[in-house]
Write a protein that binds this ligand. Structure first.
Ligand code: AQP
Length: 345
């Protein structure tokens, strides 16, 4: 990772056919689900394509009402991306609210979105079932997400499998806007494609449900020592005795091991499960070592970056400047298409 002066990347310097966009919520400490579902793809794609990654603090407000925590996690997500290898000279990392046009676009989209579609949102229904308050922000979450993606002309959205429906809603929104306000041969928005890795699917948490900040079942990317050990040892397994054969594909520990292990190692452990005489305790120890060494370098870089908050802010400021430069001409076209005139602009 380069730690030279931040953000010399400009939207002009990379080919325009693919524009990668994705957001991440600063609603808690980032975890293995976020990493394998999305961040790892963000880091690998940002060198190849023009890319915009934003820390969606307005989205986090749908579930987090603690000013200090929101401010803390916002900076923590930025530090985490930099520690994991995001290079600000290659792409743009910024805070969602630093591009205020995104909420303006969301408002325009609200007026094209049937409430009945939002009420059918799988993520919305899941969160309500888990006891989150059904506030209007939570219901409208996918509309703001559509604005986030379309305002930068995003064409490719690397996300976890849980976000598939939201990207479909973004495509519907883009289609509805084009149909309502544009000529058939001059659509304003391109329909973006999701990039979802088949081999990751949904990463399970300690209790076997989707690993999620709001479920309190996560393993943080930078957990270490006793804390990490305690979490790994608490992963829920069935009660098959040590001696008996086990089905690796039905086990939460193995689902996490698969994310880290080489093909060869994965097969070796799967075979040990099937043979019997290999207990869940053995598997957990193996997993613990894998997590610890996989993130060791990034943990170190994160410690260094924590000492340089001004650098992290500079990266975010420059990222927002570039993102806004990309968003503004698109918003001008949107306002014109919709008929939003201004006496001051
Ligand atoms: N368990 C998971 N498996 C695979 N991918 C996941 N992602 C999240 N959890 C898993 C992916 O991480 C990206 C960023 O997620 P987010 O923070 O914007 O929101 P989320 O999906 O709602 O993640 P959480 O942890 O469940 O957050 P809260 O509890 O705050 O809502 C997304 O691409 C997501 O697919």
């Amino acid at each position: 990772m380069s730690q030279a002066q931040p953000a010399t990347a400009s939207p002009e310097t990379k080919e325009k056919d693919t524009i990668v966009v994705s957001g991440i919520q600063p609603s808690g400490t980032l975890h293995l689900g976020n990493y394998f579902g999305a961040i790892r793809q963000h880091i690998s794609l940002h060198r190849e394509h023009e890319a915009y990654f934003f820390i969606v603090n307005y989205h986090a407000l749908t579930s987090l009402h603690d000013a200090e925590a929101l401010a803390h996690y916002t900076m923590d997500v930025a530090t985490t991306y930099l520690a994991l290898g995001f290079d600000p000279e290659e792409a743009h990392l910024f805070i969602q609210s630093d591009v205020p046009e995104v909420t303006e676009l969301a408002w325009i989209f609200y007026n094209l979105t049937p409430v009945s579609h939002l009420e059918k949102g799988v993520s919305y229904k899941d969160k309500i079932a888990q006891g989150l308050s059904p506030n209007a922000g939570l219901l409208n979450y996918p509309v703001l997400q559509a604005a986030d993606i379309l305002i930068y002309g995003g064409t490719l959205v690397p996300v976890g499998a849980d976000q598939k429906q939201h990207i479909e809603m973004t495509r519907d929104t883009a289609g509805r806007f084009n149909h309502t306000f544009c000529d058939d041969d001059a659509p304003l928005f391109t329909l973006p494609e999701p990039l979802i890795l088949d081999d990751v699917s949904v990463v399970p948490g300690l209790d076997g449900r989707k690993m999620s900040k709001s479920y309190g079942n996560t393993i943080g990317l930078f957990d270490e020592g006793k804390d990490l050990k305690k979490k790994v040892m608490s992963i829920v397994t069935d009660s098959t005795p040590l001696d008996e054969p086990k089905d690796p594909e039905a086990d939460n520990v193995f689902a996490l091991i698969k994310l880290f292990a080489s093909d060869e190692k994965r097969e070796e452990i799967a075979e040990a499960y099937r043979a019997g005489g290999y207990g869940y305790g053995h598997a957990k120890k193996e997993l613990l070592g894998m997590i610890d060494s996989y993130f060791a370098e990034a943990r170190e870089r994160r410690r260094e970056l924590k000492q340089r908050p001004d650098y992290v802010r500079d990266v975010l400021r420059e990222g927002a400047r570039n993102a806004r430069a990309q968003a503004e001409p698109i918003m001008d076209r949107v306002r014109e298409a919709v008929g939003i005139v201004s006496a001051t602009r």
